[in-house]
Write a protein that binds this ligand. Structure first.
Ligand code: NAD
Length: 270
């Protein structure tokens, strides 16, 4: 067996993965990576029920896996618990949890709207507490689980105008460490991935605002945004995050837990 094959052999076939925010960007790309390996999927995100069911049916047919879709709003803990219970009743368990859903708002702290602060903390941080709280007992019963939190480089360092985002992402890094300690003897690993720039709709507004403020084309503004802090002068492809998630589910990553792992083109080494 080649080394490459051994790395890919993550053993996720037949397991059930829940990826929050898997209707777009990093979450959707991660869903494809896990589905290709035969992992059953709980898809989730803000999309109409009919669109979500169509997406779930497409995955089921293409990859011959079981799927479930929910558009539960992650700002509401009760909705989170309810959709997870329904999903487990349909698919049997949740073996892999990827807390990925997130939003962004950039404004200086003195002007930052209270409701944006509350939404960012709820979606980017508190929802991960609720999903983790709900999955740990089932994973512990099975003696196997993988919890992967999509944090950010902003879980490790700060940037101006991102008070809520940085607070939430630093928070999820702390949550990752605590849950890793609590789950260390249960066969459950808990890690955070901390990406730099990833090419998804999340960052469109930031690019558009640089383009209009500095009279640049969208592509020029994108380059300016990426290279302002990240030495690697390119955005990551969302699929690269999905492939890292797959690696963390695999045998080689058994000893990696409680880690906050930068994928940031050397941003945080400076
Ligand atoms: P995206 O905008 O493409 O996707 C966000 C997902 O979250 C969507 O599926 C959306 O429906 C879901 N979502 C948003 N609000 C929700 C709510 N109230 N209830 C339920 N679902 C909700 O964004 P992305 O770039 O793929 O971001 C995914 C994660 O990666 C986020 O946590 C983000 O902070 C993180 N991240 C992104 C980048 C980047 O450069 N794009 C960098 C570092 C970290």
């Amino acid at each position: 067996m080649s080394g490459e094959r051994a790395l890919i052999q993550a053993g996720v076939a037949g397991k059930v993965g829940l990826i929050t925010g898997s209707t777009s960007g990093i979450g959707l790309a991660t869903a494809y990576v896990l589905a290709e390996q035969g992992c059953h999927l709980i898809l989730h995100g803000l999309m109409s029920d009919s669109e979500g069911q169509a997406l779930a049916a497409e995955f089921a047919e293409k990859y011959q896996i079981k799927t479930f879709f929910s558009n539960a709003d992650l700002r509401d803990a009760k909705s989170i618990y309810e959709f997870m219970e329904t999903a487990v009743a349909k698919l049997g368990s949740i073996d892999i949890l990827v807390n990925n859903a997130g939003i962004q708002h950039t404004e200086k702290v003195s002007d930052f709207p209270d409701e944006k602060w509350n939404d960012i903390i709820a979606i980017n941080l508190s929802s991960a507490f609720h999903t983790i709280k709900k999955v740990v007992p089932g994973m512990a019963d099975k003696g196997w689980g993988r919890i992967i939190n999509i944090a950010s480089v902003h879980g490790l360092v700060a940037s101006v105008n991102k008070s809520a985002y940085c607070a939430a992402k630093h928070g999820i890094v702390g949550l990752t460490k605590v849950v890793a300690l609590e789950c260390a003897e249960m066969g459950i690993t808990v890690n955070a991935i901390c990406p730099g720039w990833v090419d998804t709709p999340l960052i469109n507004k930031q690019i558009e605002s640089i383009a209009s403020d500095q009279n640049l084309s969208y592509q020029q503004a994108k380059y300016k945004l990426v290279t302002a802090k990240q030495p690697l002068p390119e955005m990551l492809d969302p699929r690269q995050i999905g492939e890292f998630v797959l690696f963390l589910c695999g045998h080689a990553a058994r000893g990696i837990t409680g880690a906050s792992l930068p994928m940031d083109g050397a941003w945080t080494v400076q």
